[in-house]
Design a protein around this ligand. Structure first.
Ligand code: ACO
Length: 383
C-alpha cells in the first residue's frame, strides 16, 4: 500500500519541539526577551554576570546572591595544566573553534563532578564551564600570538578578567563595558542550531560536557556563529566604502550569501544587531582609521541589503554583522570572534539543557525514505 508522503519541514523550519520559559524571540516585531526582560532593558541596565544568574536560575539575583555567584564564577577560572598544554601545542595550526571544542571535551576528564548527571552537578558544571570557556578562549588568543598564558585574576569581573587574560594587562573600563554588552547580547537565543544540538545530545542522557561540545561544533558553521568572522572577512575584501555596491551586486548576482544578514526567525531587524550598531556608532569618533573604514563599509552594506537593491524584500542584519568592527576596535583577532560567541552563549546552552532534562524525552525525528526497497543483493564478484 502506498503511503502519502508526509509534509517535510526542511531544516525543521517552523517546528516546535518543546516548551520553554527561558527566551522569547519575536521574529515579526524584532523583539527579544530573556525570562521576560527585553534585551534593550538588559543591555542598558544589567551585565553579563547578572544575566548568567538570570538564565541559570530563572530570576534576577538579590545583591547577596549576585555577590556569591560572582565569587563562584571567579573561583572556577583556572584551567588544568594539561588543557593549557594542549592549547599551546594545537595553537599554531588548529582553528580556534576546534581548540575550544577539544578543550571542553578534555575538561570533562578533570571535572570533579564527572559522572554525576544530577541537577545540582549540572548547575555546578554550567558555572564552571562559563568561567573555563572564557579562560580557554583567552589562552587560545595568547598561544596563537606566541605569548605566555596569563593566570586569571579572581578580583576582576568575568569580562574584565577575560580581557586581562587575553592581553596581559588591566583593560580600560570602556573596553570592559562594551565587551560585557556583547557577551550579554549573545548569551541566549532560544532553540537556535547550537542550542538545539546541545539539547539533542543531552536528551540521550549523555552529559553536560558532551552536550556543550556538540553545541560548540554546531556554532562554528558560517551559517550560524561563524558568520561574525566571515562578515569581517567580507568587509576586508570590500576594502573601501565606495566598493560596497559593486561587491554586493556581484555577490547577489552570483547567488552568494552575504554573511551577517538574514535569519530563520527574524524577518525584520535583529534587535541585537540594532544595539551593536548603536554602540559602534558611539565608538566612531574615538575609533582608529581601520575601524572607521570597516564601520562605513558595514553601514553601506546594511543600507543596500535592507533595500535589497530595489528587489521585492530586504534582508536584515543579524547579530553577527556589526560584531567584527567592535571586536577589531578592542584589538581582538578575527579567529577569536566565534570562540567569544561560545563564551557568551554558554549560559544559554546550559540553561536550555537543564530545563529540557526536567521533562526529558529522547529527541528522535523521522526522515521520509524515498529510495528503493527489496533490491536483489549481487555478490561482489558479479557486480
Ligand atoms: N545573503 C543573501 N541572500 C540571503 C541571505 C544572505 N545572507 N539570507 C537569506 N537570503 C535570501 C535567500 O536567498 C532567499 O531569497 P529568495 O526568497 O529570493 O529565494 C531568502 O533570503 C530566504 O532565505 P532562506 O535561506 O530561506 O532563509 P533561512 O531562514 O533558511 O536562512 C540563514 C537563514 C541561514 C541565517 C541565512 O539568512 C544565511 O545564510 N545568512 C548568512 C549567514 C549568517 O549570517 N548566519 C548567521 C545567522 S545569526 C546566528 O546564527 C547567530
Amino acid at each position: 500500500m502506498m503511503v502519502d508522503a508526509p509534509k517535510i519541514n526542511q531544516g525543521l523550519e517552523g517546528i516546535y519541539f518543546t516548551e520553554s520559559g527561558i527566551c522569547k524571540v519575536d521574529g515579526i516585531n524584532g523583539r527579544l526577551y530573556y525570562y521576560g526582560y527585553s534585551i534593550e532593558t538588559l543591555a542598558e541596565n544589567s551585565n553579563f554576570e547578572e544575566v548568567c544568574y538570570l538564565l541559570l536560575n530563572g530570576k534576577l539575583p538579590k545583591k547577596s546572591e549576585l555577590s556569591a555567584f560572582r565569587k563562584n564564577l571567579a573561583s572556577e577560572r583556572e584551567l588544568p595544566e594539561e588543557v593549557i598544554m594542549m592549547i599551546k601545542r594545537a595553537s599554531k595550526k588548529a582553528n580556534a573553534m576546534d581548540i575550544l571544542r577539544s578543550a571542553v571535551s578534555m575538561l570533562s576528564f578533570f571535572d570533579e563532578d564527572s559522572g554525576d548527571n544530577s541537577e545540582a552537578a549540572n548547575m555546578r558544571k554550567s558555572v564552571r564551564l562559563i568561567s573555563q570557556i572564557a579562560s580557554v578562549t583567552a589562552a587560545t588568543g595568547r598561544a596563537k600570538a606566541g605569548k605566555a598564558y596569563v593566570e586569571p585574576d579572581p578580583k576582576m569581573n568575568h569580562v574584565e578578567n577575560f580581557l586581562y587574560m587575553l592581553n596581559g594587562a588591566k583593560p580600560e573600563p570602556d573596553h570592559v563595558k562594551i565587551l560585557d554588552t556583547m557577551f550579554l547580547l549573545h548569551a541566549e537565543h532560544s532553540s537556535n542550531a547550537s542550542t538545539f544540538s546541545g539539547i539533542v545530545t543531552a536528551s540521550t542522557l549523555s552529559d553536560m560536557h558532551s552536550a556543550i561540545t556538540s553545541a560548540i561544533g554546531t556554532l562554528k558553521g558560517p551559517l550560524h556563529g561563524g558568520a561574525d568572522e566571515a562578515a569581517l572577512h567580507m568587509m576586508n575584501a570590500i576594502g573601501k566604502p565606495e566598493n560596497t555596491v559593486h561587491y554586493i551586486v556581484d555577490a547577489l548576482a552570483g547567488k552568494k550569501r552575504i554573511m551577517g544578514f538574514g535569519h530563520r526567525v527574524y524577518k525584520t531587524y535583529d534587535p541585537r544587531a540594532r544595539i551593536i550598531k548603536g554602540r559602534l556608532e558611539e565608538m566612531q569618533n574615538s575609533a582608529d582609521k581601520e575601524v572607521r573604514n570597516l564601520t562605513n563599509i558595514a553601514l553601506q552594506a546594511e543600507k543596500l541589503m535592507i533595500n535589497k537593491l530595489g528587489k521585492s524584500h530586504g534582508i536584515w542584519p543579524n547579530v553577527d554583522f556589526f560584531s567584527g568592527p567592535v571586536y577589531t576596535d578592542l584589538g581582538i583577532e578575527d579567529y577569536l570572534f566565534t570562540p567569544i560567541f561560545a563564551a557568551s552563549r554558554i549560559p544559554g546552552w546550559a540553561a536550555h539543557i537543564m530545563e529540557y532534562l526536567k521533562g526529558n524525552r529522547l529527541i528522535r525525528p523521522l526522515e521520509y525514505y524515498d529510495g528503493a526497497i527489496g533490491k536483489k543483493y549481487v555478490p561482489i564478484k558479479e557486480r
